[in-house]
Ligand binder design. Structure first.
Ligand code: MG
Length: 251
């Protein structure tokens, strides 16, 4: 039979006393709870890696650009849309939104600086995230790929070579205006380029423009997204968006 010798028995009793005291403290302390009546987050299917989540609005699935005004001018072949003849503008309007797009600048290098693989994603017709062939291509830094045009360069240049597919996951927070048209909340952009955060919740100081300083002009809460045609046959595939409008509970 296993016999506990006296000194060891004392140690066991002491250990049990300390442990139960700790337990008692845990029972007596109140757990913090926020008390905010959160709604259960909606369950969505993320799809396979690199796929489209179940709550996304598909804007280009490789077959048609019917979700866009101006899409009939672009060429579609082998699941890829190539910019031509003018920009495209989504038929649906968005406010706060996650926007995914894959793009490739022309494999054959033509032009230089802003003339090489130029396109861009415009939110609300006013706020451009630049698309450009920025692989060994000098231009002004706040105009290179993944810049907020003429407001902020990307944190790093993670551009792939011309002709290679690249991804943007862009998180846009729409600006808010009061009844007088004054900015209550500015717009914010977070840009993930090829998997790397290159704009980290950047606060915009207004619309992006080639020939004017940034300035806000009041507009609707929801407006379309556009993709620019800047004379270069930039390719696109797998375009989708997710509404990020947050429903905050009343406190
Ligand atoms: Mg552009």
């Amino acid at each position: 039979m296993f016999v506990v010798r006296k000194p060891f028995a004392f140690l066991l009793v002491a250990a049990a006393t300390v442990l139960s005291a700790v337990g008692l403290v845990r029972v007596l302390a109140d757990e913090y709870k926020s008390g905010i009546p959160w709604k259960e987050p909606k369950v969505i299917d993320p799809g396979p890696p690199g796929g489209v989540p179940s709550d996304a609005v598909v804007l280009f699935d490789g077959k048609t650009l019917d979700a866009w005004h101006g899409g009939d001018r672009w060429k579609i072949a082998d699941g890829v849309a190539t910019a031509a003849g003018g920009g495209i503008t989504s038929k649906q309007s968005f406010g706060d939104v996650q926007f995914h797009v894959e793009w490739a600048t022309p494999e054959k290098i033509e032009g230089s600086g802003q003339g090489r693989g130029n396109s861009g994603v415009y939110f609300m017709g006013a706020y451009e995230v630049q698309i450009l062939d920025s692989y060994k291509n000098d231009t002004y830094f706040d105009g290179q790929a993944a810049s907020i045009y003429k407001q902020h360069p990307p944190l790093v240049n993670v551009c792939r070579k011309p002709g290679e597919w690249q991804t943007y996951d862009i998180y846009f927070k729409a600006p808010k205006f009061d009844a007088e048209g004054k900015v209550v909340k500015p717009a914010y952009l977070t840009v993930v380029h090829n998997g790397f955060c290159v704009q980290n919740n950047f606060e915009l100081s207004g619309a992006t423009s080639w020939d004017m300083a940034p300035k806000y002009t009041a507009h609707a809460d929801k407006l379309p997204i556009s993709i620019q045609f800047h004379g270069n046959p930039v390719k696109f595939r797998n375009i989708w968006a997710r509404d990020l409008t947050a429903e905050e509970p009343k406190k």
